[in-house]
Design a protein. Structure first.
Length: 506
């Protein structure tokens, strides 16, 4: 809301007839909307005609909006006639709801005609609902609010949260509560008190804890006696707080279960006898279930490594090495995670096979799937700054660096692959002394590095010295990872790792 006519900062300039007409138009809007009565309107119009400068005109409209239909309750603005009528209605409703006494209504109603701005009207209506910006907690309490509070007080007496002797005093407090915040504070105090049912439940929980060994007889009797005199639910919760949750006290059954788990670890050879006895003593001395967690921290089974199944092999051979898949960044990559690509890959293979004997199969089913797979391959392997091609090259560079670290005489080691889906890799090694043959120890280390890598599919490893003039005729070593060689490498180095590449070191 913009108030008043603007002189564009030229207060000292003489006013023109057009300036006076613009100010009179604003005054007329104020009169039509009930912001100005006829007497005030006439006084200001006369002042407009007598004004000499633009600054004098500005002073006549500082509390009036410059356009018609502004409904905001802006504190400096004069009150509209419609809002004055609403104020009369809100005062009457306040009296009917018991928020205002008859004397208070009479006083506020008498002051209403003298209200000029919305700031004055807000002060007059404070504590009544309806007008913009009402603070709910600041509302005056009505008859319905007090009746609801009295009903809650009666319920509190019935369920034991309030003693009968306290009822008259609390009833008087409710009757004297001026605003809703005062009533709500009283009700919050009632809600925080402990009822007879809550005391009974706490006593039953303490009895169960005594029965299963979490509490001895003395502590059980002490806590049970205290439940009968506890007034607040927070104090009642303290009596049972250590009987549930992760920090709860150990029951006898839980101690026996801990002992059985430790005995199983002893039988499996995870613990020797002195360790078992030491942990068993610690378990029986533990006060809470959380105290037993360190006893089993080193007794869990190692995580099972990911296995490479038939669908993984089909995916890796038809598209590319699935370990090179980056984290999904686009919506379609999140919609189709790797399991879906596995199924799609096998579906494409089956469709192509069926198309050989089924007329039109390749044309109507195989071709669209193959086109889609080609698009997926191009987008996932070459697209983006973190694509599979760059990840594959990073793996090759790391393998070459590992070979150079193994033998300092290696000047360079370059790993390459003729095509993405070809299961053959080539390692070109260059030595400082220009040796034209690769020693067997370096060949074994290269095979070990490739075996423990996540490069799939991998069937052939070629190693040669780049110093040799005819590397493809002499000095070239080829290792075929057939069944026998793979079994020998598995016994020597363990199974091949599978799954996404670990994040790069930072």
């Amino acid at each position: 809301m913009n108030l008043g006519w603007s002189d564009d900062g030229q207060h000292g300039l003489r006013a023109t007839n057009d300036d006076r007409a613009a100010v009179v138009r604003i005054l007329d809007i104020g009169r039509d909307e009930g912001r100005l009565d006829s007497v005030e309107h006439a006084r200001r119009v006369d002042a407009v005609q007598a004004a000499k400068t633009r600054g004098e005109l500005v002073a006549l409209t500082l509390d009036l909006p410059d356009r018609r239909g502004e409904h905001w309750w802006f504190d400096p603005a004069r009150v509209r006639g419609d809002d004055r009528e609403r104020a009369v209605r809100w005062l009457a409703e306040g009296a009917a709801q018991g928020r205002l006494t008859a004397a208070e209504v009479e006083r506020r109603s008498a002051a209403l005609p003298g209200v000029g701005t919305y700031a004055e009207l807000r002060a007059l209506l404070r504590g009544l609902p309806g007008w913009p910006g009402t603070d709910d907690n600041d509302l005056l309490a009505g008859t319905a609010d007090r009746d609801a509070a009295l009903a809650r007080l009666t319920e509190a007496v019935v369920d034991g949260r309030v003693e009968p002797a306290e009822h008259p005093g609390l009833e008087a407090d409710i009757g004297q509560a001026r605003r809703l915040r005062d009533l709500r504070a009283l009700l919050a105090d009632l809600a925080a008190r402990a009822s007879d049912q809550q005391r009974h439940d706490a006593a039953a929980e303490l009895a169960a804890a005594h029965h299963d060994g979490r509490l001895d007889g003395t502590e059980h009797a002490n806590r049970t006696a205290r439940t009968q005199h506890v007034a607040m639910t927070a104090d009642l919760a303290q009596l049972t707080g250590d009987l549930h949750g992760d920090a709860r006290r150990l029951s006898q059954a839980e101690r026996d279960d801990v002992a059985r788990r430790l005995k199983r670890a002893l039988d499996e050879g995870r613990l020797d006898l002195p360790e078992y006895e030491s942990r068993l003593r610690t378990a029986y001395a533990a006060g809470s279930i959380a105290d037993t967690a360190p006893l089993f921290a080193d007794l869990v089974d190692p995580p099972r490594p990911a296995r490479r199944g038939p669908l993984d092999r089909a995916f890796d051979r038809l598209l590319f090495n699935s370990a090179l898949l980056p984290a999904p960044t686009r919506w379609w990559q999140r919609l189709f995670p790797k399991p879906a690509w596995k199924i799609l890959t096998v579906g494409a293979l089956l469709t192509c096979c069926l198309g050989v004997t089924w007329h039109g199969g390749v044309l109507f089913l195989g071709v669209p799937l193959l086109v889609f797979l080609i698009f997926v391959y191009e987008e996932m392997f070459y697209g983006g700054s973190d694509n599979a091609e760059k990840r594959q090259q990073a793996v090759f560079d790391e393998l070459g660096s590992a070979l150079r670290r193994y033998d300092p005489s290696i000047r360079a080691a370059r790993v390459s692959k003729f095509a993405v889906n070809v299961s053959e890799v080539t390692v070109a090694v260059r030595f400082d002394n220009d040796r034209d043959t690769v020693p067997p120890l370096i060949i074994d280390e290269a095979v070990r590095l490739f075996w423990l890598s996540r490069l799939y599919p991998l069937k052939t490893i070629n190693i040669y010295s780049s110093c040799h003039t005819e590397p493809y005729l002499r000095g070239r070593w080829t290792v075929q990872l057939d069944r026998a060689v793979s079994e020998r490498l598995r016994r020597r180095y363990g199974p091949r790792p599978y799954g996404p590449l670990p994040p790069p070191a930072t």
